[in-house]
Design a binder for this molecule. Structure first.
Ligand SMILES: Nc1nc2c(c(=O)[nH]1)N[C@H]1C(S)=C(S)[C@@H](COP(=O)(O)OP(=O)(O)OC[C@H]3O[C@@H](n4cnc5c(=O)[nH]c(N)nc54)[C@H](O)[C@@H]3O)O[C@H]1N2
Ligand SMILES: Nc1nc2c(c(=O)[nH]1)N[C@H]1C(S)=C(S)[C@@H](COP(=O)(O)OP(=O)(O)OC[C@H]3O[C@@H](n4cnc5c(=O)[nH]c(N)nc54)[C@H](O)[C@@H]3O)O[C@H]1N2
Ligand code: SF4
Ligand SMILES: [Mo]
Length: 736
């Protein structure tokens, strides 16, 4: 395959596919009325956090096909290839249809008894801290909350974290510290109402295609700015691309703030009324000269001036960031440097503005609010006694069962397993053996576990294959509940298919375990997703994320989803799109947002003679989802991306090394060696390479480093070298 073909697979095709799903015979050939469906039910898509609504067309109560909902305010009749193909992974041949104990089929009663007796034995011998749980941003909020209640209040465990750590921990901490609450301020209408849309470390053409469609619906002839080391699909479609040196964002953002301050292009009135800490920030900026910014970022003085002009002179400016920011060694301060820019220019609380973190997974926002992992469920703090009392009252549980501190973070859990302190791990709806940073070390740690329980749709994932006990879960479309999308919108997920074999919804698996564990009475009120939704409402009362005004799932269906907050005192029906902070009042006790800043730090791993290239990783195409356990099941989606592990490198570097396009090469980092197909492209800068995260090989190379404040892993910077591959490949990673 040559480069233009590869690009066509990953890039410009996206828009075509969104609009014309049958393009090239690749679409699902959807003609709902030809199927004579008995009825149609809408449900929120279970892949990305855009939160599109899909209409499931049912025959005998079972979905036979899908089409994007035309009246839903998020997607207005559009869907990306994953959405169109969302039913296909449910029919995969390798679905888990029975619990497996050491690979042998068992029934649910045996599976849940084994689960309880083995866990209890480990707790009796080593204490509750010898057990940890890794969950997800991809199950419904009601399941996340039940898991949080079961594990922490019922089973007495402390260590519960999730793949949200890999993804949104930085935004969570950054907002909490800057605004006083984890409150993404925007609504998607802001894409359409902005004069300058600035994407920092985000590639929405691939990762959030329908958000990108909303940008395309902007009628104000917006300037679209992309700050990304790579010339991504989004950069190609933008009006301005700034190919920054990887991980120099913090210095860039401080440099821009200094330039804006210098010019007086700041909103003194907003700063004075609604923020604190600006004077200290202004003093701090003195160290960030334009010369130093040029040096650190690789951008020219003219580019920096131009970017400053774009922010200073063009009306409504919105800032959007994703993993290029959240996954880094100083990510929290980088996210806050974006927030600082929005605050100092008064670009918040008005249409088309905002410091806007785009969420990744369909329900990462639900996990931030209700998982009971880093925050006490409902947006409270474990360490705050008044919060514990309040939550205990609402849930009618003894206060003593609520832990007074957060448990270990993901990396600390893996480290605990490696050191032998953690003996049992329960993994739900995530695939750490593929997706965790430095996955070689992660896999070696998993080997040491006395008990690994994996609850997934498929027993075939890299992690499930290692499980002592596998619990087969129903997937999206086979159960009820809610997701919260990137703009704080609750959307409904409905059961439109029956799960295969003995597979149960995560909700019912958790109820079964609660029963066998002996905490049925404690969790008696948590009887169904709808009952839990009522609990979530009670928990939200008087919080910034209050949803007491939402009646029930039908209310969400009728309204096209509802964004938090929507309080019981709200009159009439909620407006379709609402943004936060229109009154300039933030959630700190003084009502002000804070300027938070810190000196930039050196990258954890820099290039050297032995490892001269910097490896970036991320999303490869709109048709691949993470570890590909779901999207890999669709023959249609498999046609939309290369099905072998590849690495993009600059032709100049390839020339110097004598490497050719499509040649199989060896990629070596300090953690591991893999083989991959070389793809030559000037979309990556000389000295840099890019690999999509969808192939398990990639995390054998990544460098374990974590932001000090959020403990989110920095997946996007590892030093590597490239070598021609002699012979016919190496070890288990040989492909094709
Ligand atoms: N098709 C598809 N869509 C998805 C997903 C998927 O797996 N597949 N996953 C979903 C999830 S969970 C998430 S979190 C989102 C992620 O969505 P994105 O964050 O948009 O995707 P990534 O490709 O991980 O990273 C974005 C960009 O960051 C750039 N980058 C790397 N290092 C730096 C840096 O130092 N500075 C800057 N400014 N940029 C940098 C990369 O070149 C990349 O283009 O996507 C969601 N949507
Ligand atoms: N190198 C590199 N690595 C990365 C990233 C990167 O940019 N670069 N990005 C990181 C990010 S942002 C993320 S979010 C993670 C994602 O990493 P993972 O969470 O490990 O990836 P997924 O493939 O989404 O795994 C979800 C699993 O849940 C299962 N599943 C789906 N639905 C259900 C359900 O309803 N119930 C149950 N029980 N199981 C279900 C699926 O079969 C699948 O095995 O990867 C991270 N890893
Ligand atoms: S953009 Fe995201 S939510 Fe919308 S159809 Fe695609 S994967 Fe689903
Ligand atoms: Mo993510």
């Amino acid at each position: 395959m040559n480069l233009p073909v590869l690009r066509a697979f990953t890039g410009p095709l996206t828009r075509e596919l969104v609009l014309r799903p049958n393009l090239g015979g690749l679409g699902s050939g959807l003609v709902p009325d030809r199927l004579n469906p008995d009825s149609t039910t809408s449900l929120t898509c279970g892949f990305c956090a855009t939160g599109c609504s899909l209409d499931a067309h049912l025959v005998d109560d079972s979905a036979v096909n899908l089409s994007p909902s035309t009246h839903y305010p998020v997607n207005l009749g559009m869907a990306c290839p994953k959405g169109w193909e969302a039913l296909t992974p449910l029919d995969a041949e390798d679905r888990g249809v029975t619990p497996l104990l050491m690979g042998k089929p068992v029934d649910w009663s045996q599976a849940s008894q084994e689960f309880c007796s083995r866990m209890k034995r480990i707790i009796a011998e080593h204490g509750p801290d010898a057990v940890a749980v890794l969950s997800t941003g991809q199950i419904v909020t009601e399941e996340m909350a039940l898991l949080g209640a079961l594990t922490k209040f019922g089973m007495g465990l402390r260590h519960l974290d999730s793949n949200t750590r890999q993804c949104m921990a930085t935004a969570h901490v950054a907002y909490k510290e800057s605004f006083g609450y984890d409150a993404p301020p925007f609504t998607y209408a802001d894409f359409e109402e902005s004069d300058v849309v600035i994407f920092i470390g985000a590639n929405p053409c691939i990762a959030h295609p329908i958000m990108w469609q909303r940008v395309m619906m902007n009628c104000r002839s917006p300037k679209i700015v992309v700050i990304d080391p790579r010339r991504t699909e989004t950069a190609m479609a933008a009006t301005h691309h700034y190919p920054i040196q990887p991980k120099s964002d913090l210095r860039l953002l401080y440099g821009l703030a200094a330039l804006l301050l210098d010019r007086g292009a700041i909103d003194r009135d907003f700063i004075g009324k609604h923020t604190s800490g600006f004077e200290e920030f202004a003093d701090f900026l003195a160290g960030f000269t334009t010369a130093a910014t040029v040096d650190a970022t690789g951008l020219t003085r003219e580019q920096l001036e131009e970017l400053t002009d774009l922010i200073a002179n063009n009306g409504r400016v919105s800032f959007w960031w994703t993993m290029g920011v959240n996954q880094g060694h100083e990510s929290t301060r980088t996210a806050q440097a974006i927030i600082n820019l929005a605050l100092m220019t008064g670009n918040i609380g008005r249409p088309g503005t905002g410091a806007n973190s785009i969420t990744g997974q369909c329900n990462a926002m639900g996990s931030r609010l209700y998982a009971n992992a880093t925050s006490l469920m409902g947006g409270y703090q474990f360490s705050n006694p008044a919060h514990r009392t309040k939550v205990a009252d609402i849930l009618d549980i003894p206060e003593s069962v609520i832990p007074d501190r957060q448990g270990l973070a993901y990396d600390q859990i893996i480290e605990g397993i490696s050191a032998g302190r953690i003996k049992a791990l329960w993994v739900l709806a995530t695939n750490p053996a593929h997706s965790w940073i430095d996955s070689g070390a992660c896999n070696r740690a998993l080997e040491k576990l006395e008990l690994l329980v994996v609850q997934d749709m498929y027993p075939t994932t890299e992690t499930a294959r290692r499980a002592h006990l596998f619990l087969p879960a129903a997937g999206w479309g086979e159960k009820d509940g809610t997701f919260i999308n990137a703009e704080r919108r609750f959307g409904v997920v409905s059961k439109v298919r029956r799960a295969p074999g003995l597979a149960l919804s995560d909700f019912n698996i958790l109820r079964l375990i609660a029963h066998h564990w002996g905490c049925g009475p404690l969790l008696a009120a948590w009887s169904s997703p709808a009952a839990v939704f009522e609990i979530l409402k009670r928990l939200s009362k008087d919080q910034p994320s209050d949803i007491t005004g939402i009646s029930d799932y039908d209310h969400l269906r009728r309204s096209g989803g509802i964004q938090w907050p929507w309080t019981a005192t709200g009159e009439g029906e909620p407006p379709t799109e609402r943004r936060l902070f229109e009154d300039g009042i933030f959630h700190h006790p003084d009502g002000r947002a804070r300027f938070i800043f810190e000196c930039p730090r050196a990258m954890p791993e820099t290039t050297s003679r032995a490892y001269p290239f910097l490896l970036l990783t991320g999303r490869g195409s709109s048709a691949q989802w993470h570890t590909n356990s779901r999207t890999g099941k669709s023959a249609i989606l498999r046609q939309l991306h290369p099905n072998f592990c590849y690495i993009e490198l600059n032709p100049a570097d390839a020339g110097a090394l004598g490497l050719k396009n499509q040649q199989r090469i060896k990629v070596v980092s300090r953690r591991g060696t893999i083989s991959a197909t070389a793809v030559l492209t000037d979309c990556v800068q000389a000295g840099q390479c890019f690999m999509p995260m969808h192939f398990a090989e990639v995390n054998h190379l990544t460098c374990p480093n974590f932001d000090a404040h959020s403990r989110q892993p920095g997946y996007k910077a590892a030093a590597i070298r490239l070598e021609p591959l002699d012979g016919d490949g190496i070890g288990p990673w040989k492909h094709q």
